[in-house]
Design a binder for this molecule. Structure first.
Ligand SMILES: [Zn+2]
Ligand SMILES: [Zn+2]
Length: 172
């Protein structure tokens, strides 16, 4: 959503209370996918600090993603704080990385929320704390039971040797 900041842009100390819902598109980031099936809530304020605009807000909501171990669909709570400085492009030094630049008198909140979410997310959501994950050999979901490869997974290079040892011990 676009936030019109014209009421505060020329008045030092003026502020806008934020209490909005932000609907975001699905995002892919570092190989993880996130779906925002319901809008995230953003609550906070944006005020004119005399030189630029300060955005302080808390974002909450729920996302759908995949378990980092077993890839099962997983829901997770989102809770993050946003602290950003925003400046009109024409007012800021062009190379100043401390500021998010905007044109005119509207701020695009969606992008700010999405960027903050992606920067803050661990990317390591689990379907449950003790998720057993997938077997590295056969790919079976170990939450559903043992697969047979089990814990005595042996490097294929050692299998030939194991065969010999098994045969020998079988002879005794
Ligand atoms: Zn899992
Ligand atoms: Zn297995």
């Amino acid at each position: 959503m676009l936030l019109d900041v014209s009421p505060i842009i020329k008045i030092q100390g003026a502020k806008i209370e934020l209490d909005e819902e932000i609907g975001l598109d699905s995002a892919e980031f570092l190989g993880e996918s996130y779906r925002f099936n319901e809008p995230l809530k953003i609550k906070g304020e944006i005020y004119n600090n005399g030189q630029s605009l300060t955005l302080n807000a808390r974002v909450t909501g729920r996302i759908k993603t995949e378990c980092a171990r077993c890839l099962a669909p997983t829901e997770a709570d989102v809770e993050l704080d946003i602290h950003e400085l925003l400046s009109r492009a024409e007012d800021a030094a062009a190379d100043d990385e401390d500021f998010i630049l905007f044109d005119g008198h509207e701020i695009e909140l969606d992008g700010i929320v999405a960027d903050n979410f992606l920067m803050n997310t661990s990317g390591k959501y689990l379907c449950r704390e003790d998720c057993a994950g997938l077997c590295p050999v056969c790919g079976k979901n170990l939450n559903e039971g043992e697969c047979g490869c089990g814990n005595d997974y042996i490097d294929p290079r050692w299998l030939a040797l194991k065969d010999i040892l098994d045969r020998e011990s079988g002879d005794e």
